[in-house]
Design a binder for this molecule. Structure first.
Ligand code: PEP
Length: 249
C-alpha cells in the first residue's frame, strides 16, 4: 500500500559536472524498480538533475527552501523556483539545519507550507539527540518536534507529505538505530499523524528512516512494517552503494 522511497541526500557534496556524470550513470545502470527513488543534491545541481532525469523514474529535489514566498531575501531559494526546476521532493527540518542554522519548528512548518503551495512534497525530518534518548525521552521529544513542525499544515493527501525519522546520534556516525527502535518510533509517529490527520491518512503516509543507512543494514530496517524507505546521506554519494540500496528496496 505504501511505496518504498529511497532518497539520497547529497548534503554539500559534489559539483555540477560530477553530478552530471553520476546521474547519467545512475540512469544507465538503474535496476527495474518497484520502489521510488529520489536524489536530493544542493541547489546548483538541480538544473543538471532536470536535464538528465526528466522523463525517467528518478525524482529529484532540494535539501532546503525559503520560508518566504518571494521578495527581498538575499540568498534564499523559493518553492516556486524549485517547482519550476521540476522538484518533486524537498527536505525540510534536517537536523543539520536545525542545529547549524537554528531552525525552529515554526520555521520548518513555514517551509513545508511553501512547498505544499507549489505541489512539492516535503520530506520533513524529526529525531532526537543522544542525551534525549539516554534519558528515555526519545518518543515524546520527537513527537513534540513533529507536531510543532506540522503546525498549521494541511497536506491535501498522504502522498503530499513524507516524514523522515532521523535520530541525530545516528546521522553520519556509522551508528544506526536498531530496526526495533526505528519501528517503535515509526509506530509512534504514525499514531501522532492519525491524531492530526485521521487514520486513513496515517495508514498511507510514508515514514522513512535516516541515520547511517547502508547496504548492510537497509534490508533489516526495511523489513519493519512501519519503515517505508530511507533518507540516505553518506551511502548515497557512491553510485555503487546507492545502487545496492535500490536493489534491496
Ligand atoms: C542524512 O543526511 O539525512 C543522513 C541520514 O546521513 P547519513 O546516512 O550519512 O547518516
Amino acid at each position: 500500500m505504501r511505496r518504498v522511497l529511497v532518497a539520497g541526500n547529497w548534503k554539500m557534496h559534489k559539483v555540477p559536472s560530477e553530478a552530471r556524470v553520476w546521474l547519467t550513470e545512475l540512469k544507465r545502470l538503474l535496476p527495474p524498480l518497484e520502489s521510488e527513488v529520489a536524489v536530493l543534491p544542493a541547489f546548483p545541481m538541480l538544473p543538471v538533475a532536470k536535464e538528465v532525469l526528466s522523463g525517467t523514474q528518478v525524482a529529484y529535489g532540494a535539501q532546503d527552501v525559503s520560508p518566504h514566498q518571494e521578495g527581498a531575501y538575499t540568498g534564499e531559494v523559493s518553492a516556486r523556483m524549485l517547482s519550476d526546476l521540476g522538484c518533486r521532493y524537498t527536505i525540510v527540518g534536517h537536523s543539520e539545519r536545525r542545529r547549524y542554522h537554528h531552525e525552529t519548528d515554526a520555521v520548518v512548518a513555514e517551509k513545508a507550507k511553501r512547498l505544499l503551495e507549489e505541489g512539492i512534497t516535503p520530506i520533513l525530518c524529526v529525531g532526537e539527540p543522544l542525551e534525549v534518548r539516554e534519558r528515555g525521552e526519545a518518543v515524546p521529544y520527537t513527537l513534540a518536534q513533529l507536531r510543532g513542525s506540522l503546525e498549521g499544515l494541511n497536506p491535501p493527501g498522504p502522498e503530499a507529505l513524507v516524514i523522515a525519522y532521523e535520530p541525530v546520534w545516528a546521522i553520519g556516525t556509522g551508528r544506526n538505530a536498531t530496526p526495533q527502535d526505528a519501528e517503535a518510533m515509526h509506530q509512534a509517529i504514525r499514531q501522532a499523524l492519525a491524531e492530526l490527520y485521521g487514520e486513513e491518512f496515517a495508514r498511507r503516509v510514508r515514514i522513512l528512516y535516516g541515520g547511517s543507512v547502508n547496504p548492510k543494514n537497509f534490508a533489516d530496517l526495511l523489513s519493519m512494517p512501519n519503515v517505508d524507505g530511507g533518507l540516505v546521506g553518506g551511502a548515497s554519494l557512491e553510485l555503487e552503494s546507492f545502487l545496492s540500496l535500490l536493489r534491496i528496496a
